[in-house]
Design a protein around this ligand. Structure first.
Ligand SMILES: NC(=O)c1ccc[n+]([C@@H]2O[C@H](COP(=O)([O-])OP(=O)(O)OC[C@H]3O[C@@H](n4cnc5c(N)ncnc54)[C@H](OP(=O)(O)O)[C@@H]3O)[C@@H](O)[C@H]2O)c1
Length: 358
């Protein structure tokens, strides 16, 4: 099979390193371009990453000889030499909006990890197991941009990828009110314990913008396609508190939920255990065999034991029980830089390829 040529914009960052690693082993994709800021441009990826590599696995050999391009100055050259790009840059929001739109207008599809375009109404924000049908809005986005191939698709924030997957199969019971507290890993801030020693033996009760994203983004995920845009859902009501905890990888969420028609505990477990999704039907390479894994043991799931379940793409759920103020409470766990960032974007790109948008 001919492989898709892929570029990674922001390839030197923490998420970019995950992209480079995932593409290296990917059956459909091959890494053709790495790009970053002018600070890194013109140097070999292997040389720049020497001392900056943050993952446990080594820098893939296939990437080391690539000369880093300037994401902005070399945009035309990059766009013409790849089939699509992944974007994971740390820049100001208006700069990201402009950069991603520029690539789209250069007829280069952009699959983005950044939040800048998440609220653009004709940009699909997709968790492939939850709202794959939202990619339909790409046609109207292309009409707005005046493009034939180019478009932008984004993934959602990492914190909600732990609890929204578990709530999703329960929406049929009239999911009404949700309270969630997230316990988020330091890699979500692009950091390790070496680069952020203040986090050792510490909890910081604030992550800028995260609570708002955790409450609002599910409404777009659960929205519907109407006249070429996504119309947001208006329920359930969600309230969130997001804490930074001393964990390298893996976001945990403690969830409380109430329903208009309270399901039995057995019905909830059945909905989780038998959840079926399009990524499985299409046999997408990064799709987990089972999206939601329920653990019966009271002390599971645990971050260290379960964050890498199914290559970090599955969601772990546990401790389902009745609550005194909400109908039920439970905990969820997902890998924030795999399912929650690069892995989720790779799965989205696979969906877009399988559905011929790329
Ligand atoms: N970490 C996570 O778990 C996570 C999860 C979800 C979303 N995100 C989002 O993903 C994005 C990347 O996060 P990260 O943690 O990987 O950040 P990071 O480690 O700080 O990496 C930032 C990347 O952006 C590049 N960059 C900075 N300024 C640039 C410019 N002017 N032009 C081109 N490239 C530029 C950097 O290149 P240089 O090396 O050349 O400076 C680097 O490759 C952010 O928007 C973040 O909010 C992160």
């Amino acid at each position: 099979m001919k492989k898709y040529k892929v570029g990674v914009i922001g390839a030197t960052g923490m998420v970019g390193q995950r992209f480079v690693t995932l593409i290296d082993k990917h059956p459909w994709f091959e890494l053709a371009v790495v790009a970053a800021s002018p600070r890194s441009a013109g140097k070999k990826y292997g040389d720049v990453m020497n001392g900056r590599w943050l993952l446990d696995t080594p820098t893939p050999d296939s990437s080391k000889q690539l000369v880093i391009m300037d994401a902005d100055a070399d945009a035309e050259k990059i766009a013409s030499s790849v089939d699509f790009v992944f974007s994971a840059v740390d820049m100001k929001k208006d700069e990201i909006l402009a950069l991603e739109e520029r690539y789209a207008k250069l007829e280069c599809p952009v699959v983005s990890n950044n939040s800048a375009h998440r609220w653009t109404p004709d940009v699909p924000m997709v968790v492939p197991e939850i709202n794959p049908e939202h990619i339909e809005v790409i046609e109207s986005q292309r009409r707005r941009l005046g493009t034939k191939r180019g478009f932008i698709a984004v993934k959602s924030n990492c914190s909600l990828q732990s609890y929204v997957p578990a709530l999703h199969p329960l929406r049929g019971y009239g999911l009404d009110k949700v309270l969630v507290c997230t316990y988020q890993a330091i890699s979500g801030a692009g950091k390790t314990f070496e680069t952020w020693p203040e986090m050792i033996d510490n909890v910081i009760p604030y992550i800028g913008g995260e609570e708002e994203k955790s409450e609002r983004e599910p409404m777009k995920l659960w929205g519907r396609v109407e006249n070429g845009v996504i119309v947001n859902a208006d329920s359930p009501a969600i309230t969130a508190q997001c804490l930074r905890v001393p964990v390298s990888n893996g976001h945990m969420a403690a969830v409380f939920a109430s329903f208009k028609n309270k399901p039995s505990k057995e019905a909830i477990l059945d909905a989780w255990n038998n959840f079926k999704s399009l990524p499985n039907e299409l046999a997408l390479p990064s799709a987990p065999q089972k999206f939601l894994h329920y653990f019966e043991e009271d002390n599971m799931p645990q971050t260290k034991l379960h964050r890498n379940l199914e290559n970090g793409m599955a969601i772990s759920v546990g401790r389902l029980r009745e609550d005194t103020q909400y109908d039920y409470k439970f905990v969820c766990l997902s890998h924030n830089t795999l399912r929650g960032a690069a892995g989720g974007a790779v799965l989205l790109a696979e969906l877009l390829c399988a559905k011929n948008y790329i």
